[in-house]
Design a protein around this ligand. Structure first.
Ligand code: HEC
Ligand code: HEC
Length: 142
């Protein structure tokens, strides 16, 4: 009898533990976690922004600190919402430009039915370079 009761209690504890864990999974992006979004769509979640950041990093061949300013309180860390690094606003214009290229121009390019239209991305131009033509210039001089 005693062991049956312990079994029921531990089963209940497990169910509560699993339920609270899955609850935290369905709320990965608490509102207000993003503080200073001006160029991305307002509907973007924190995880989606974070994923884009990794793509930026690789496309330009830089680290996060190329566009993000150091924290004033804790300088070894970066202050992601801060606009103190002017590269961040350049990147915002690049986000807008890339969106315009896709929505205004690429969308009208005729392509084979069923074939996906290639999208313009940061990497289409940058190819791992801070300035897109850097690599071309280097190749020309070799
Ligand atoms: C090429 C420039 C660039 C690089 C590199 C970059 N970011 Fe960003 N990041 C931006 C821009 C621009 C925004 C704001 C976008 C907007 O306003 O819609 C932003 C926004 C963010 C935000 C949201 C801040 C907020 O709450 O408003 C986070 C978090 C972030 N970046 C993290 C990172 C991390 C982590 C890395 C490195 C893996 C990184 N970024 C690399 C340009 C960059
Ligand atoms: C159509 C081509 C093109 C696309 C697409 C593009 N860029 Fe650029 N980007 C450029 C060119 C060209 C420059 C160099 C401008 C200059 O300084 O002469 C540049 C410069 C930049 C710079 C400044 C680099 C520095 O430190 O001097 C940042 C930051 C940047 N781009 C971010 C992005 C991001 C992020 C994306 C994607 C959202 C993107 N770019 C998409 C062409 C492009």
């Amino acid at each position: 009898m005693q062991s049956k009761r312990i079994f029921i209690i531990s089963a209940l504890v497990m169910i509560v533990a699993m339920a609270s864990q899955s609850f935290s999974y369905i709320q990965p992006n608490p509102p207000g976690k993003l503080k200073n979004i001006k160029a991305f769509p307002a509907t973007m979640t924190y995880d989606e922004v974070d994923h884009q950041m990794d793509i930026f990093k690789v496309s330009l061949g830089v680290k996060c600190n190329h566009c993000h300013a150091p924290s004033k309180e804790n300088p070894p860390k970066l202050d992601m919402p801060s606009d103190d690094n002017p590269k961040k606003d350049i990147a915002r214009d690049m986000i807008r430009m890339t969106r315009d290229l896709n929505e205004k121009y690429m969308a009208t390019v005729p392509h084979k039915e069923g074939a996906p239209l290639q999208e313009i991305t940061c990497n289409t131009c940058h190819r791992g370079n801070i300035k897109p033509s850097d690599k071309v210039i280097m190749e020309e001089h070799h």
